[in-house]
Every structure is written in C-alpha cells, then in structure tokens.
Write a protein that binds this ligand. Structure first.
Ligand SMILES: Nc1nc2c(c(=O)[nH]1)N[C@H]1C(S)=C(S)[C@@H](COP(=O)(O)OP(=O)(O)OC[C@H]3O[C@@H](n4cnc5c(=O)[nH]c(N)nc54)[C@H](O)[C@@H]3O)O[C@H]1N2
Ligand SMILES: Nc1nc2c(c(=O)[nH]1)N[C@H]1C(S)=C(S)[C@@H](COP(=O)(O)OP(=O)(O)OC[C@H]3O[C@@H](n4cnc5c(=O)[nH]c(N)nc54)[C@H](O)[C@@H]3O)O[C@H]1N2
Ligand SMILES: [Mo]
Length: 745
C-alpha cells in the first residue's frame, strides 16, 4: 500500500501550503489581503467569510486554514494569457492539455472565439461577442436554448440569469446541483417541505452525536473537521460511514489549535465500511437495531411525524442476513453503532456525494433520515439533517430560482415583480439539456462558469453532444477542458471577474442557510474582465424588447437585491443589507421547533426498498471521487496527500482483490465499463473488497449514463466495471474526444 507522507489530515502541510501559495501567487501581500478581505470563501459551501474574509467561520473563529481556498486564490492571481498564446497554439494542441495544464495557463483577459473549421481561437471585442450571442438568441426559438450555471457565481448573477432566461422565454434553466446534491433536495422536500439543511453551524456545537456518511470533509470541507473534533472533545460521538477508510476522518491536525497541531486529534469513534451503494441496507439495519433496543422516540414520532407505521413494518420484516449481506457491514458493527445512536439525544446526520451519486440517491438520504426521525433528532437545537454542500454558492444559486421548475409562490412573485410570464411546466434539467443537445435540438447554450463537459458522465458522449450545439457562450475566469472539448460549433469564451474582484458587493448563501456579504475588490489582472451581472444585463438589453422593462437598471446589485427580497422566500433582509451590512439566516429554513413545511405540518418517514443492482462474477463497483489536490474538474496537484497516491491514473482496490487478480501496487491494468476503458496503475487502498475508486473527472470516461429517476443525478459513485491485468504499460492512444476536439485542424 502506498504510504501517505502524512500521518493525519490537516496540520503543518496545510500551513506550509498556505505560505507557499502566498509566495507562488507572486504578490504575497496582495495574496494575504485578498485572503483576509471581506468576501465569502470561493471554495466549499461551509460559508467562511465575513469581517476577516476567507479565514473566519460563521461563528467568527480565526484563523481557519484551508488548502482549497489557497489554491483557488493563488489560481485566480496568476497572470493573464497573452494574445500571442492563442495565435501560436492550435486548438489541436489545446485538446492535449490536462486539466492541471489548463489551470496553469492563467487568467483569460479578453473574449475569444472559435468558429466551425477554425484551427485557432482568436481574440474578439466584447461588442462583437455580445452581438453574436444576442443575434443567435434572437434568431432561434427560446425552447432551443439552455442556461447552465455552476455554483460559484453570486446570488445577484444567478437571479439575473434566471430572470433574463425566463423573460426571453426559455424554461431550460439549471445548475450543477443536478449532478451534485439534487437527491438531497428531493428527499428533504419530501421529509419536511424544504430542500436544505435543518441546522445551523451553532447546532453542530450542541450535538452529542454526528453521523458523517459518504463524505470526505478532511479534503473537501476541512473546517467541518474542526467541528467534529470539538464535538468529540465535549464528550460527543462521531460515526463515519464510508466504504473507504479516509485518513483525515480518522486523525486530523487542526492547524489553528496548538495541541491538535502537535499531537493530532481523533475524528471518528466508529468507522463503518459498507459496500458502495450499501447505505440503504445499512440505514435499515441501524433502524432495526434501534427498534430492537426500544430506543424509538415514540412521543416525537406520534406528535410530529407521518408514515412511521409503514416504515416500522418494513424494517420489522427485513431480514438481518439480507441487510448484512447487502450493506457489507458485520452485524456487530451495526449493533455498536445502534447503541451509540440509541444513547444520543441530539444527533446530526450529515452526508455528501457518497449518498447522492447513486441511482437510488434519494432513497439513500431518506433511509438515513428515517433513523434521525425515529430518534427524534429534528426540530430541536443540536439535532437535524445536514447535506454537506458542494460549491461555495450552489445553495444560493438554487435559492435564486436558477432551476427548471419553480415553487408556485416564487413563480407568482417573479411575475408580479417583473411583469413576465413564467410557464408552470418545468423546463429541461442538466441531463435533459445534454440529451437535447445530442439530438441537435439546442441552438445556443449559455454557461455561467463551471465545466459542463467534464462534469458529465460518459466523456465521449458529453463532448460529442456539446460539439453539436451551434453556439456555446461560456463566462469564465480561466480556461478549462470544457472550453475546448465541449465547445459548440461556434464557441465564445468571455472573461469575468471573480467574486472578490467585483466593483459592487455580492451575496452568497452557505449550507447553513446563512447569507454572506462579499465586499468585492480589484481584479488580479489588467484586461477586459467584466462583472457577470454586467454581461447578463447587457445581453438582456440587446435581446429583450425595449420599453417593457429597464434591463439596464439591473446592472445595480442593490436593485437586484431589492428584487431578490421581493421574490425569494426568506430573503427579505437582502433589501437593506447595503445599509445594515448585516448578514442573515434565510427565514423559515432551519427548524428549532417541530413545525414542518409539509402540508400536514409533520415530518415524513418514507419506505426505502433495497436497491436491486447485482454484480456478475468478476465485476466490481467503482466510485469516482475527488483527491486532496483538486477542486471538481480543476486539478491543482497530481498528489493525493491523504491517500498516498502520487499520480491520478490509478485504480484504488483492496489488497484481497489485488491478490485475487494477481496484481500488486503499481501494476498496470485496464478498467472497462459499458462506457469506455482506461489504462491505470493499481493502488492498494483500505477499501471494502469488491469496490474500487478512481479520480473524477478523468474517470468520467468510464461512467455510464445511469440516473436516479427521482433526482436525475448520474450514478457517479456506482459504475459496474471489470479489471484486466496488463503485461506491460504502453502509452494509451489518444481518446476519441481528444482526436475529435482537435478536428478543426
Ligand atoms: N478540495 C475540494 N473541496 C471540495 C470539492 C473539491 O473538488 N475539492 N468539491 C466541492 C463539491 S462541488 C462537492 S459536491 C463536495 C464533495 O464532497 P464529497 O462528497 O466529500 O466528495 P467526493 O470525493 O465526491 O466523495 C465523497 C466520499 O464518498 C465516499 N463514498 C463513495 N461511494 C459511497 C457509498 O456508496 N456510500 C458511502 N457511505 N460513501 C461513499 C467516498 O469514499 C468519499 O470519501 O466538496 C466540495 N468541496
Ligand atoms: N465522475 C464524477 N463526475 C462528477 C462528480 C463526481 O464526483 N464524479 N461530481 C459532480 C459534482 S458534485 C459537481 S458540483 C459537478 C461540477 O460541475 P461544475 O460546477 O460545472 O464544474 P467545476 O469543475 O466546479 O467548474 C470549474 C470551472 O468554473 C469556472 N470558474 C471558476 N471560478 C469562477 C468564477 O468565479 N466565475 C465564473 N464565471 N467561472 C468560474 C472555471 O472555468 C473553472 O474551470 O461535477 C459533477 N461530476
Ligand atoms: Mo458538487
């Protein structure tokens, strides 16, 4: 097994990394100023920001170190890509670049375009770029367009984008959450009528137990680890549910705590290792064991919930051997967990992509929620449900209505405020838009940040579908693979400012439903960078009929916030934030008493059948996940510090599986799925036998297009594959995507 160079997560490497990042940025003082400026952190949705910027949490604790925010900040502070680069570098050469190489090119400083048959991108002026975009939108019918957003943009930009798209007439409006936490939103809406967390950051400080399932916060939400360690210090208990033993979930050194930094802190008390996809079975088994201990909170269930009888009967009828086999967790471990759960008065259940990226993602969340409801862990301080969100503002982007379907109250308020008509039938979601693109039914796509190409399953298919679109328009800070492999026949790539470079303040919403204010700042590079809102407002002026509405007025973030306050439920305080400077909790989201937003005012249990996804002999289940050195499709470092992998073209497998296949650490193998095949090296890892792990986004070449019917989320964590040992490592031929993307030459 490859030994990680560290013995715990966090610690000095995180601090050293911060200092190195400051130096690498080339302007250490400016770097520190930016890191401490009053702007919500750019990376995860934990919601760092406020008075001291990216190094303070919602409770005001300073300093909080996180490698990710350093990487993101240093990345944004790189120099500009020069015009000569585009003259000298053919698209065919760009198509060979890795994600990390794209990231290191630097900031895009002016708009560029590539048309059908072009061998190179060329610089264009903003006027030409927007004329062409507006021309394409005016020439087609709105139903043949779609609007996608990542979760980095501000509330203001997201609100304006959905408003402009709806005023123009396209209902095909969506964001990256369809590939992320959509299953959580669907499940939580069923449970309590609202799609977000029921707890605030303070609740974590009052809980006596936390279950962390299908998440790797040591890498992806490092500051959450601080909370877990604090919880344990108060005598609380942390249970981890993960097929892979993650180093940072066992031991972590909190950089801002001297004692923890020196000695390391234990993160988890019990580490359950189910099979990939075994969480429904595990949660049912846990509930069965809780029942067996007589630990159901009958008073809560009786007074505040619905649907218990059916779940009770279902769990009673389930047979232990089946649950143990399907979950992969020994009965003794389940009983140990149940005894901890049975004792805890205030439990918080937290989860991330390990639960949502499945064809039964909604059921995964519902099954765990059943345990929480049975224990009465809802509607009181220190207890509740916590989807650990992805992008720094993905939750805000959703709140702003950047989605193909709106709740009735939102739609009606939007119509009243802006005099537009909002059709009530939902538009296409992310995957639906990709299918429409594949069928040739999309004429223009506007992409506000993100990397739609590389976040899709089935890389070949995704690239081919996007390359059929006559015009793609991307608003971005830097170039990525998607701008080349997923570019439309004509592709415009437009440079925008990052949030801490905005002239006007912006707002973001954290995963604890807390709205942050970002002050903005100055751009890292000289160039033609524009604010996202400015670009969208100008597009509206050019496309939408004059006279009906003063779209230009929506360049003002303050005016946008007034609209947001009128339209978005719980956002009334946004209207005055320019005066009050007061950040606020979105009203009506978190529950400290047991009144829920469902029709009957009760929280709902749901029966969750065991998924039926058998493996044939010789098949494995493969998850695709993130390393310590990346942010989504952006790879910063090849090394995965905590898992000990020095390179990314590896397949992580259990020692016993390797022995059975006759391979050892470092041996070359081919991993094959219905979607494709990849040549990689074996990396022995502490993963439950029968399961494999590879890195996203590269492994999307293997991810088949299997979706959760309810949340429309691809099963990124459950790909059926076979592994074939190779006699030797030969250079793999270029993929079809690489060949075709450079085809214009
Ligand atoms: N540094 C960094 N931070 C990030 C990101 C990043 O890329 N880099 N991305 C951001 C975004 S958009 C998101 S959504 C989050 C992602 O945060 P996470 O969800 O933590 O990220 P992943 O690496 O996708 O994998 C999650 C974990 O799920 C486990 N897992 C896989 N399959 C299963 C399963 O079937 N059951 C269970 N119980 N566990 C399983 C894996 O072993 C892994 O530890 O992080 C956000 N923060
Ligand atoms: N196989 C597999 N596939 C997955 C996943 C997985 O775990 N496995 N995870 C899924 C998840 S959880 C998610 S969230 C999606 C990610 O989907 P996306 O959000 O679409 O992808 P990102 O990689 O986060 O997008 C990064 C790009 O955003 C742009 N960008 C960065 N900052 C800014 C900014 O301030 N403004 C603007 N306008 N642009 C900016 C840059 O071009 C950068 O390259 O991928 C999904 N796909
Ligand atoms: Mo995500």
């Amino acid at each position: 097994m490859a030994k990680p160079r560290v013995s715990a997560g966090g610690g000095f490497p995180a601090i050293v990394y911060t200092l190195r990042g400051a130096l690498r940025s080339g302007a250490p003082l400016e770097f520190v100023r930016r890191m401490r400026s009053r702007n919500a952190c750019k990376t995860c949705a934990l919601g760092m920001g406020g008075q001291l910027g990216g190094m303070v949490n919602e409770a005001g604790h300073f300093p909080e170190f996180c490698k990710k925010s350093v990487q993101a900040q240093a990345g944004d502070m790189q120099g500009a890509i020069r015009e000569a680069f585009f003259r000298d570098t053919p698209i065919a050469a760009l198509a060979q670049l890795t994600s990390a190489q794209f990231e290191r090119l630097g900031r895009l400083a002016f708009p560029i375009v590539a048309e059908a048959g072009d061998t190179h991108f060329r610089r264009v002026g903003w006027d030409e770029a927007l004329t062409r975009t507006a021309g394409a939108l005016s020439a087609t019918t709105p139903g043949r367009t779609f609007f996608y957003s990542s979760g980095r943009s501000s509330n203001e930009a997201a609100f304006l984008l959905q408003l402009v798209a709806r005023a123009y007439g396209s209902p095909h409006i969506h964001n990256c959450s369809f590939y992320c936490h959509s299953a959580s939103g669907v499940a939580l809406n069923e449970v309590y009528g609202s799609g977000t967390a029921s707890v605030t950051l303070d609740d974590l400080g009052q809980a006596d137990l936390a279950i962390v399932a299908g998440a790797n916060p040591a890498s992806n939400h490092p500051r959450l680890i601080t909370q877990l360690i604090a919880l344990r210090k108060r005598g609380g208990v942390v249970i981890v549910v993960n097929p892979l033993r993650e180093l940072g979930l066992e031991r972590f050194r909190i950089p801002s705590d001297v004692r923890s930094l020196a000695l390391g802190s234990t993160v988890s008390d019990l580490y359950l290792q189910p099979h990939i996809g075994g969480d429904v079975a595990l949660a049912k088994a846990l509930l069965k064991a809780v029942l067996g201990r007589g630990a159901v909170d009958d008073a809560f269930v009786e007074a505040h919930t619905a649907g218990w009888d059916a779940v009770h009967a279902d769990v009673q009828a389930a047979d232990w051997d089946t649950l143990v086999a399907a979950s992969g967790v020994p009965r003794a471990d389940i009983e140990a967990a149940a005894s901890l759960v049975a004792r805890a008065e205030r439990g918080i259940v937290a989860w991330a992509m390990g639960l949502t990226h499945h064809a039964h993602g909604v059921d995964n969340v519902l099954a765990l929620t059943n345990v929480a409801l049975a224990r009465g862990w809802l509607g009181k301080p220190g207890a509740g449900l916590l989807p650990i969100r992805g992008h720094s503002n993905v939750q805000g982007v959703g709140s702003m209505g950047l989605a193909p379907a709106l709740k009735e109250a939102f739609a009606a308020a939007l119509e009243a405020a802006y005099g537009i008509t909002v059709p009530r039938e939902p538009g296409l979601d992310t995957y639906g838009s990709m299918l429409a693109a594949e069928r040739g039914e999309i004429d223009a796509a506007l992409l506000l940040g993100g990397n739609l190409f590389a976040s899709n399953p089935d890389r070949e298919w995704a690239g081919a579908a996007l390359r059929r679109v006559p015009l793609t328009v991307s608003l971005t800070t830097k170039l990525n693979e998607g701008h080349v492999h997923g570019r439309g026949r004509t592709a415009l790539v437009l440079p925008v400012r990052a949030r801490d470079e905005e002239d006007q303040a912006t707002t973001q919403e954290s995963m604890f439903n807390f709205v942050r204010l970002s002050e903005g700042g100055r751009p890292a590079i000289a160039g033609e960078l524009r604010s996202e809102v400015d670009v969208l407002a100008e597009l509206a002026e050019r496309v939408l009929p004059a006279g009906r509405f003063n779209w230009g007025a929506l360049r003002s973030h303050r005016t946008l916030r007034e609209g947001i306050a009128r339209v978005v439920p719980g956002y009334a305080a946004a209207a005055a934030i320019d005066e009050t400077r007061r950040e606020f909790a979105v009203a009506g989201r978190t529950f400290h008493d047991a009144r829920f937003a469902t029709a009957e005012g009760r929280a709902r249990f749901a029966v969750t059948p065991l998924p039926d996804e058998p493996l044939a002999a010789g098949e494995f289940r493969l998850m695709t996940l993130r390393s310590e050195g990346q942010f989504n499709t952006v790879v910063y470092d090849e090394e995965d510090l905590y898992r000990g992998n020095r390179r990314r073209d590896v397949v992580m497998m259990a020692a016993e599986d390797a022995a059975r296949l006759g391979v050892a650490e470092g041996d070359p193998v081919t991993v094959e799925s219905a979607a494709g095949s990849m040549r990689v090296l074996v990396a022995i890892a502490p993963i439950r036998a029968g399961n494999l792990a590879m890195y996203y986004p590269e492994a999307n070449a293997l991810v088949s297009r299997r979706l959760d019917a309810r949340s429309r989320t691809p099963a990124f964590k459950s790909v059926v594959v076979r592994v074939r040992p190779l006699a030797s490592w030969a250079e793999p031929p270029p993929t079809a995507t690489q060949r075709e993307a450079g085809d214009g030459v």
